[in-house]
Write a protein that binds this ligand. Sequence first.
Ligand SMILES: Cc1cc2nc3c(=O)[nH]c(=O)nc-3n(C[C@H](O)[C@H](O)[C@H](O)COP(=O)(O)OP(=O)(O)OC[C@H]3O[C@@H](n4cnc5c(N)ncnc54)[C@H](O)[C@@H]3O)c2cc1C
Ligand code: SF4
Length: 493
Amino acid sequence: MGKITGFIEHARIEEGYAPVVERLKHHKEFVIGLTEDQAKVQGARCMDCGTPFCNNGCPVNNIIPDFNDLVYQGDWRNALTVLHSTNNFPEFTGRICPAPCEAACVVNVNGDAVGIKSIEHAIIDRGWAEGWVLPQPPAVKTGKKVAVVGSGPAGLAAAQQLARAGHDVTVFEKNSRIGGLLRYGIPDFKMEKTHIDRRVEQMQAEGVVFKTSTLVGAWPADSKVTNDAKTVISPDELKAQFDAVLLTGGSEQSRDLPVPGRELDGIHFAMEFLPQQNKVNAGDKLKKQLRADGKHVIVIGGGDTGSDCVGTSTRHGAASVTQFEVMPQPPEQEDKPLVWPYWPLKLRTSSSHEESAEQGLLKREFAISTKAFTGKNGKVTGLTTVQVEFKDGKLVEVPGTEKTHKADLVLLAMGFVNPVATVLDAFGVEKDARGNAKASTDFIGGYATNVDKVFAAGDMRRGQSLVVWAIREGRQAARAVDEHLMGFSDLPR
Ligand SMILES: Cc1cc2nc3c(=O)[nH]c(=O)nc-3n(C[C@H](O)[C@H](O)[C@H](O)COP(=O)(O)OP(=O)(O)OC[C@H]3O[C@@H](n4cnc5c(N)ncnc54)[C@H](O)[C@@H]3O)c2cc1C
Ligand code: SF4
């Protein structure tokens, strides 16, 4: 274990941030990772628990006590090997995972959790800097061909596992660049895209072929979901050319707000706004970018996507940013004895909230529901809201609380309902009650859909979730596909 008395002697250290005035000038990452010495001290805080709850709290079941100890001992190279044994892309999760492992950490019961995510971040960044992250091409090829549809973290994790098992893997992606929501959605200031490019190069050296701007199946003509496809391949063509097909197309259909005035100009899905900024950061010249400069912005939806809209609008130079959340404001501190080791409900203030508030721009409103949008000459100018409260388990309006708000730009960030249905329909894949691809996660027969040799994983199967869950599902689905092709599998589940 780390140091027997480490958790008593040493305080938790948070990663640093560049000053707000500096980081608002650009869209680049601004987190300052732990130094080598700081990471060692943080590793020393781990108690190497007999029952490491962190390991169970982590969706990829990272072997956390072991890499904490290795970092404490200064054995970074083995720490990296342990980290990679459960997670193909720790540089993604080390940056943007909400870290359910830390909520589950035993030190968190009555103190500050071990800084697991910051240690993970330090290990993988050191690994890349030292040149320790290298392609691992298979020693033997199987001659089996696998198509992976969608290049988000689920598709990438599956493709890497399957290529390393010796299969010929082709990843089809409708957008112009690889990465799914990591590329188009998650702002560059949370995760720069060079991290994806490096992995794509590694995977190409391992034999994975990437086909971008290529849509598999069918797409609705009026869809607002990002789609740069120039080529369309039918499911029948794909099934004829490949021995197995894995669908990892995500859950991209945004939840809409069909109230009066929705048709007005200036009301957009967050996922129209955020990907455009990613594209501009990558050097694309857009005909017209949806921007927030000088505008009164209202973000409807209090989650991560909403917070990303706050950070992006603040960088654009918005006149004000208001974020609405329909649920009541949660407590600032969770009731640990009640919720540990589970993910607690508590008020979450992101770096985007902090920097926007520091500029005097941000207002967060809770228990608020939008009743109508108002406008002039076809353009949105404001909206009408009402406060809501829970009565008999249902959210109801509080009489006499109607209010109007000024808005020049409204961003809808209320989550995602399901995958774009036409893709699943084109394959004839059965859907579950929420419209996701229907497939279990059973050890035997898991991730298989009702269609012969077609599998599904990630958000497309489980609904909109987290990068770490997508990686887990990609790895597990790869094992299921490998077993289907070979009759057995050595891949880790
Ligand atoms: C704005 C935003 C911020 C987020 N922030 C975080 C965060 O901070 N931390 C976190 O853990 N999670 C975050 N998430 C959630 C996380 O990004 C997703 O859960 C994760 O990316 C899902 O991975 P996936 O591989 O299943 O699907 P996706 O990442 O959605 O990738 C699916 C890919 O499939 C492609 N595709 C779809 N259909 C087809 C087709 N028919 N043919 C070809 N290609 C197709 C899509 O273009 C897309 O590239 C965020 C999500 C959003 C929207
Ligand atoms: S639960 Fe916390 S203290 Fe225990 S092994 Fe995991 S990281 Fe270390």
